[in-house]
Design a protein. Structure first.
Ligand code: ADP
Ligand code: ASP
Ligand code: MG
Length: 402
């Protein structure tokens, strides 16, 4: 007997027929003699719809109240799925995040899981029940509901699988695996049978939202076996694991992220410690900074440009403007019309030509690069957002063919 954790995303439970489809897949796994824990997301576009409802009333609502609201979407799904499984005649119980023991920190709207108290979960499994858990949510030390960030149900699933030492964690979604690029955007995207944790983590962090990046981080940490599969077709998906047997590809995939804004601080004094001052101010407020570019000094002045998530743009500018006297800069400029396009692959470490090949493809298509950043296994460029889809397509073609 194995313990299997199965996660079904929003599009997989979007309506009654889909909920019944999920129920029958879960019941099949259960009847094959396995213990099954199921994590579900809110139905279809429910989370987006709830966000719109909140904006109608108060666009600046507190994150605590947003979490209270958004967590309701998953609560609907768990109850409906449990009812569907009851109808199929199997023992089942639904649990919200807090009932399932999810303890998180207090970073509302983007909370981290500190631990899972698995007592209740394990007791229900012992009683041979199928356990349905609400994804994306937990509770903090003030007994307030928190959510884990958009796409966070994947992380709920991997966290449970890691905590109860499940034999498998299966992520069911509306595509049948991880592809070399988003198959909904890129013609000729190819399905991968396997991918390493590190490569998947980079792809997910760089915009391939097929998996929440923290879910991959956690799967790597606990060496949890992860498979991305189709909710609708019964075929093999993509296995995410430490070592893969697959032929060495130069790059594994191309990703795009439109959630970037750039900030340029113009005319900073060209003295030691300036970058430290700028970025420590931002990190104190938990603002993540990504691509960084510093100009060479001229007349004792320099510029520093960097990117942040769009949601952090206003706050970052306000923090910097507030420190104008100590930082002694001239002006701040910002842009929101950008996109980050990245290639990822462990194979690029020893292949200096990879970045050049990407830049050549962009040059041939007349696409201008504003900023570049690289690591051992990725190259990212910032370009104009209107060119992003084309860029992903032509860069993908350069590495994988049309
Ligand atoms: P769910 O609701 O099941 O969590 P998501 O919408 O979060 O589903 O993730 C699945 C989507 O991820 C797919 O529909 C696809 O458009 C997108 N996606 C982006 N990059 C990739 C990729 N490299 N491979 C597969 N899907 C990708
Ligand atoms: N319902 C949440 C969202 O839409 C969590 C998830 O789907 O994973 O972001
Ligand atoms: Mg998702």
């Amino acid at each position: 007997m194995s313990i299997i954790v199965q996660k079904f995303g929003g599009s997989s439970v979007a309506d009654a027929a889909k909920v019944m489809n999920v129920a029958s897949r879960v019941v099949d796994t259960y009847k094959a003699g396995n213990s099954v824990v199921v994590v579900v997301s809110a139905q279809g576009d429910t989370t987006d719809d709830l966000i719109d409802k909140a904006k109608e009333i108060n666009p600046n609502a507190s994150k605590r109240e947003m979490d209270m609201l958004l967590s309701s979407g998953e609560q609907i799904s768990i109850a409906l799925l449990a009812m569907a499984i009851e109808k199929l005649g199997c023992p089942v119980i639904s649990l919200t995040g807090w009932q399932a023991g999810f303890k998180t920190n207090s970073n509302y709207s983007n909370a981290r899981i500190d631990k899972i108290d698995t007592e209740r979960l394990l007791a229900e499994i012992d009683q041979k029940k199928i356990v349905i858990v609400a994804g994306f949510q937990g509770v903090n030390r003030y007994d307030d509901i928190t959510t884990l960030g958009r796409g966070g149900s994947d992380t709920s699933a991997v966290a449970i699988a890691s905590a109860i030492h499940a034999d498998k964690c299966e992520i069911y979604t509306d595509v049948d695996g991880v592809y070399t690029a988003d198959p909904r955007i890129v013609k000729g995207a190819k399905k991968l049978n396997e991918i390493t944790y590190d490569e998947m983590l980079e792809l997910a962090s760089l915009g391939a939202n097929v998996l929440h990046n923290r879910s991959v981080e956690m799967a790597k940490k606990y060496n949890t076996a992860l498979e991305v599969k189709s909710s609708f077709e019964k075929i093999d998906g993509t296995v995410v694991q430490e070592v893969i047997k697959m032929e060495k590809m130069l790059i594994r995939g191309v990703a795009r992220d439109n959630d970037v804004a750039s900030i340029s601080i113009v005319g900073l004094p060209d003295t030691p410690g300036i970058a430290f001052k700028v970025f420590s101010l931002l990190s104190k407020k938990s603002i993540n900074v990504d691509v960084i570019l510093q100009s060479i000094g001229r007349e004792n002045k320099k510029d520093i440009s960097f990117t942040v998530q769009k949601a952090h743009l206003e706050e970052a500018i306000a923090i910097l403007e507030g420190a104008k006297e100590t930082l002694e800069f001239e002006t701040i400029k910002h842009r929101e019309d950008l996109s980050k396009v990245s290639i990822v692959g462990a194979g690029m470490v020893n292949n200096p030509g990879v970045a050049a090949k990407m830049f050549e493809a962009l040059y041939n298509a007349g696409i201008n690069i504003h900023m570049i950043s690289t690591s051992e296994i990725k190259v990212s460029v910032l370009i104009n957002v209107e060119k992003a889809e084309k860029a992903v397509q032509i860069v993908h073609e350069a590495f994988f063919g049309a």
